[in-house]
Design a protein around this ligand. Structure first.
Ligand code: SF4
Ligand code: SF4
Length: 297
């Protein structure tokens, strides 16, 4: 498409039916989250919200300073693609903001709806599930906000709060669980990772006559390469490119079967898993005693 993306007409509820599949019990257990929605989910969500507001001051700031200028309204691709007004960044953030106002601001506690505050109830939670999972956390909207309000951070906070009470989606939790099982998002087991590397070595020899190694779990290499796992399995030209580059530069390198994923899906779930998945990179570097980490993705 050339030129500006046309702004769609408002279609109320246009993407309301697009609800992500619920997370599977086995994945929730693997990533230390409740398998089912907690019985006291409302109290637990508010408790978590208090923790988030205390810990991540930017979230409270973003909730407080929005002036509803709507400069962000037509900047989200989910709105541009659907016309659903709840996919306008300002409206997405409002789903969080109205609960915040009701329980954490004086005006909301006293004046309720008159102050744009709302009780946390089943309907509100369902809207959180729908619309906070229709944000890709791309941060495009924040570029257009005169205050720099980052709706992605509000989305992350909302997902953190939902995850704490056992509400998460299949896709994201499945991918994070795979990282703990296999070291990567695609679920490539160590033996398959090594086999793919050996295959690429042979392929390079057969097609270009080059004798270049794809080292795996090599202790003492200078560089640990953390590529997106797809480079080992699908985008193999990129993997070949890394190997050629290291070879030409005379740098010793390796990948790790413990951690071979540069894309962290913890970002789309909750802070604890974001941190845990990132820590695996550091652990792999320590295990292999490398000097540097090169991180793809
Ligand atoms: S552009 Fe910023 S201040 Fe304006 S409505 Fe959007 S988030 Fe609020
Ligand atoms: S961060 Fe979320 S709300 Fe903002 S533009 Fe990207 S997808 Fe839309």
């Amino acid at each position: 498409m050339r030129g500006p993306v046309p702004i769609p007409g408002i279609k109320i509820g246009a993407s309301r039916h697009q609800v992500c599949h619920k997370a599977k019990d086995k994945d929730m257990a693997k990533i230390d989250l409740p398998k089912e929605r907690k019985e006291n989910w409302k109290e637990a969500m508010l408790e978590k919200m208090a923790e988030v507001l205390e810990k991540y001051r930017s979230v409270r700031l973003f909730l407080d300073i929005c002036v509803k200028c709507e400069a962000c309204a037509d900047k989200c691709q989910f709105f541009l693609g659907t016309g659903d007004p709840k996919n306008m960044p300002v409206a997405r953030a409002d789903l969080f903001r109205k609960v915040y106002k009701r329980y954490f601001t004086l005006g909301g506690k006293i004046w309720g709806r008159a102050n744009e505050a709302e009780e946390l109830n089943e309907t509100v939670l369902q809207e959180w599930i729908i619309y906070f999972y229709q944000c890709s956390e791309c941060r495009r909207c924040s570029v257009f906000c005169p205050y720099g309000i980052d709706t992605a951070e509000i989305t992350m906070a909302a997902r953190e709060i939902m995850a704490a009470v056992g509400v998460a989606t299949k896709y994201v939790t499945e991918v994070v669980a795979k990282v703990y099982d296999t070291g990567n998002n695609l679920g490539i087991w160590p033996a398959a990772w090594k086999d793919n590397c050996a295959f690429l070595e042979q392929d390079l020899k057969d097609t270009e006559g080059l004798d270049i190694k794809f080292p795996v779990d090599a202790v003492g290499a200078e560089v640990l390469l953390i590529p997106p796992s797809a480079d080992n399995f699908v985008n193999t030209d990129t993997m070949i490119g890394y190997a050629k580059m290291f070879h030409a530069a005379g740098i010793s390198w390796t990948t790790s079967t413990y951690c071979n994923e540069g894309g962290n899906f913890g970002l789309f779930l909750n802070y604890a898993n974001l941190k845990k998945a990132n820590n695996r990179i550091i652990e792999a570097a320590r295990q292999l005693k490398v000097k540097k980490i090169y991180w793809g993705e």
